[in-house]
Design a protein around this ligand. Structure first.
Ligand code: COA
Ligand code: THG
Length: 556
């Protein structure tokens, strides 16, 4: 079939739909929501068998849904309608929620329901519910839709819920309990953020975590840890990891970088070491655990973006693990993302983005080098969530890579202004795919599923539907493997192979060659990287669908 996807942005759900459809043999093209006229033009150019809107805010014109079978994904159960479905569900404390695929009609979300799933709600960030429960549910609905045995059921009578305004999201430090503040912030996570007043100034807050030890006056800044700040509430305290200034198109940054210097400087540090086992809820950036000879490293960096400082902190933990009596070092990334590579936001906000890019990529490379040169232990990356660009190649610098089913990978650097890329990809990628295969993958610039990556030989295994199942299976496999008779032989062969490779061409030569090309991206005449990053971090919407997404526009 020819499937056209309408998206507000080519976000994680749209990418998952793209992978699952194209890998099942369908031809998929994408039209971003730029203007209703262009949506009509897109179907006329492409003449699709099916139109699906996985993530769309604007109305699909009548000319489209009258002539082509057209379906929308709504992140709510039957009977629910409107633009901020998950936001309402979190604010109202719904116990059960869902996702529907419905037929597009004139009225928003009022068409027949062709498939739906329900799930128990967690008290969690909107973006987390969206990336896990909603995405998995929507995928199952999509597969039902493709099987074509679907009989629509009429959407229940229900009024269209309006958008959630800032009056419901805004934090009232005097009145709101910690739980209420968490709900407001969770319901607003990702976009648009919840407004909060700190030291007389209003900010949008993100990446909010509960705190069970520290206490302080409501709205009072109490401490910092890494670059997050702890704030008192009327019944306790909480942590804010990221903030954004109030004006439009400001950049989300670690909280400590947004607060005025005079405020930040007065805060006292409340550090926790990665290996410390605290028995209460609080904010942790990197957690290190040991289990039966395995060194497990978790790093929950917001949006998977790794600033130079975060790379350095992670490097230190990897170095410590290397010196421990372990069989394996296991990188487990964060919950929503494994990693998305260097942090474009902190780069953009620095005094010299070119210098900061250089610092960040070198910090990423130091981390990869430390992993690559681990010869007496197994290194392994376990991808519970998505990975892209340098974040994927960070995983590739480990001996083995396993991923959860349904993970979406962007194993290339093309999407931010044609970066050449580093992280030793010129060493690790051709080893797995050969030079031809590596080149093809790098030039493709579209996402692929973990399953496809496994078929290509890019990763070593795919299993587990949920993150819990994935992590459990991964640990079980590893505990067997590191104690099996084959293990020492595996390590010895791996070591021999690496040393042979590096006697032909030293690892440092790969790094230098890549960084020479990156230097041109950062400091050269072609400014595409700086321009692409400028628009990316400010979340500007595209003013046209790029031809690499819109197959129909390429043919035309
Ligand atoms: N450096 C810095 N930032 C990076 C990065 C890097 N290297 N790599 C990725 N990121 C950031 C992106 O900027 C983006 O940030 P943002 O959250 O501030 O926009 C984020 O990582 C990943 O975003 P994306 O892939 O676009 O989104 P998503 O699909 O994973 O989730 C949601 C975003 C959940 C907020 C959004 O899709 C949503 O609101 N969904 C609900 C939709 C809904 O309710 N629809 C109803 C019908 S209208
Ligand atoms: N039918 C058609 N187009 C659609 C949907 C549909 N486009 C996507 C849409 N479903 C997804 N769901 C919604 C539901 C409500 C709103 C947006 C997307 C909504 N939006 C405006 C707002 O944000 O305030 C309302 C103003 C406007 O219409 O411009 O309410 O089922 N054909």
């Amino acid at each position: 079939m020819k499937v056209l996807l309408f998206c507000h942005r080519f976000n994680s759900l749209s990418q998952r739909f793209y992978c699952e459809l194209s890998e099942r043999g369908h031809e998929v093209s994408i039209e971003l929501d730029v203007h209703p006229k262009l949506m009509v033009e897109a179907v006329e150019l492409y003449r699709p068998d099916l139109v699906i809107a996985p993530f769309l805010k604007r109305k699909i014109p009548r000319e489209v849904w009258e002539r082509y079978p057209t379906f929308v994904v709504h992140p709510g159960p039957p009977g629910d309608r409107g633009p901020d479905a998950l936001d309402w569900a979190i604010l109202r404390g719904e116990k059960e929620w869902g996702v529907c695929v419905l037929k597009a009609v004139e009225e928003y979300d009022a068409g027949d329901i062709v498939a739906y799933r329900t799930f128990p709600m967690r008290l969690a960030k909107k973006s987390s519910i969206y990336r896990k429960e909603v995405t998995e549910g929507a995928m199952e609905c999509l597969l039902e839709l493709l099987e074509d045995k679907v009989e629509g059921i009429p959407q229940k009578e229900g009024e269209l819920k309006p958008k959630v305004g800032q009056e419901l999201r805004k934090i009232d430090w005097q009145e709101d309990s910690t739980e209420h503040i968490l709900r407001k912030a969770y319901a607003s996570e990702g976009q648009p953020g919840a407004l909060a007043t700190l030291e007389g100034q209003e900010y949008y807050i993100f990446d909010v975590h509960p705190e069970e030890e520290l206490k302080g006056k409501p709205g009072e800044l109490l401490a910092y840890r890494n670059e997050a700040v702890c704030i008192g509430t009327k019944d306790g305290a909480l942590w804010v990891g990221y903030m954004r200034e109030k004006q439009k198109h400001s950049i989300k940054l670690p909280a400590l970088r947004i607060l005025p210097k005079r405020v930040a400087e007065k805060l006292k540090e409340e550090p926790i070491k990665p290996w410390e086992d605290v028995g209460f809820k609080t904010y942790r950036e990197i957690i290190y655990k040991e289990e039966m000879g395995l060194g497990l490293i978790y790093f929950n960096f917001y949006n998977g973006a790794m600033s130079a400082g975060q790379c350095e902190r992670l490097l230190e933990v990897v170095r410590d693990a290397k010196s421990r009596p372990l069989k394996a070092i296991v990188l487990l990334g964060g919950e929503d993302f494994f990693s998305n590579g260097m942090n474009l936001n902190t780069i953009e906000a620095s005094d010299s983005p070119a210098d900061e890019s250089w610092r960040n990529i070198n910090a990423m490379d130091d981390l990869c080098e430390e992993l690559l040169t681990t010869l007496d232990k197994l290194t392994l990356a376990g991808l519970k969530g998505n990975a892209g660009a340098g974040g994927f190649f960070l995983a590739l610098s480990c001996d083995l890579i396993f991923a959860r089913e349904g993970v979406v990978l962007n194993p290339h650097y093309k999407n931010i202004g044609n970066l050449y890329g580093s992280e030793f990809w010129t060493y690790t990628l051709p080893k797995r795919l050969g030079w031809e295969g590596a080149k093809k993958l790098m030039e493709n610039r579209m996402p692929i599923s973990s399953r496809r990556a496994y078929e290509l030989g890019l990763i070593d295994g795919v299993f587990g539907k949920s993150q819990e199942e994935f992590e459990e299976k991964l640990k079980d496999y590893l505990k067997d493997f590191v104690n099996s008779p084959e293990f020492e032989g595996f390590l010895a062969r791996r070591k021999g192979e690496k040393l042979r490779d590096w006697s032909l061409k030293p690892l440092s030569a790969y790094r230098e060659e890549e960084l020479q090309r990156m230097k041109l991206n950062f400091y050269g005449f072609d400014t595409s990287y700086h321009i692409a990053r400028y628009y990316f971090v400010r979340r500007f919407l595209p003013f046209r669908t790029p031809p690499y997404l819109a197959v129909h526009r390429r043919l035309a």
